[in-house]
Design a protein around this ligand. Sequence first.
Ligand SMILES: C[S@@+](CC[C@H](N)C(=O)[O-])C[C@H]1O[C@@H](n2cnc3c(N)ncnc32)[C@H](O)[C@@H]1O
Length: 281
Amino acid sequence: MSQISDPNLVLKAANPATQACCGGTVTQTTTPNAITMSNATAEDIHEAVKSRYGRLAETSSSCCGDGGGCNANLYETDINLIPSEVAEFSLGCGDPISIAELRPGEVVVDLGSGGGLDAFLSAQRVGETGRVIGIDMTPAMIERATQARDKQGFKNVEFRLGQIEHMPIEANTADVIISNCVINLAPDKKAVFKDAFRVLKSGGRFAVADIVTEGELTSDERANMDFWSECLTGAIDVNVYLNALREVGFVDAQVTHKAAYSDNNDFTAKIFSARITARKP
Ligand SMILES: C[S@@+](CC[C@H](N)C(=O)[O-])C[C@H]1O[C@@H](n2cnc3c(N)ncnc32)[C@H](O)[C@@H]1O
């Protein structure tokens, strides 16, 4: 199991409060709490992330008004045709749909599909001749999204339980991979990019909204599983992100838009929400 931080870490003192994506504002105390890890493994990170999103899937009816930001406001895409109970459960940090340029008949894979908003927006665009597969490792999210799909009668969407590092999808399946605020949560980003490359058809597009940094966060900062799960301290430097995409074979990897994300200035690196695109040759 890969270690992601120095085993001798001690958590740095307090960042008072951070407005985070993914549905909440977290307040950090000055002492390490039970889910602060000094030597977190990839499995520890997956469990911490699953625990947070499992809780949100089971308890939140809406992310607008329960202490979280209303992330649906981040969409430039028209989301009015999606029922409010789905649209208001947006845990993302951007709008992958507006950069994906989806066309009728395409196959879309949504990494970390959560409550299903981006999958349903994609399904409207690819139409009956296309299809959408949402992948999420949190069982309660898959259940929530599947129930919403059945209620709305989308016949061209399915949700599969699995990790985006090892997707339960055959090679050369997708025309487009989208994702909204998820890859930053993965302990091994390169494994995600490798598997995205495998799953895409030749000529396929990668179009995601994600959290990135300028400069690297410290291993102390990364050791805080609250901040990691809130889509903050799992984020990596934007150039490292783009280079990792190139290293697994993607071309035209670029940031098309970047906006300051966290209002917490205590982190050692600037944190951004970015739109990132690339292509499988
Ligand atoms: C911040 S939420 C975003 C959900 C959705 N994309 C949205 O915009 O509302 C992150 C989602 O990704 C899932 N997730 C995080 N890491 C994952 C991984 N390594 N593999 C599969 N799913 C993951 C979580 O369970 C959660 O549902």
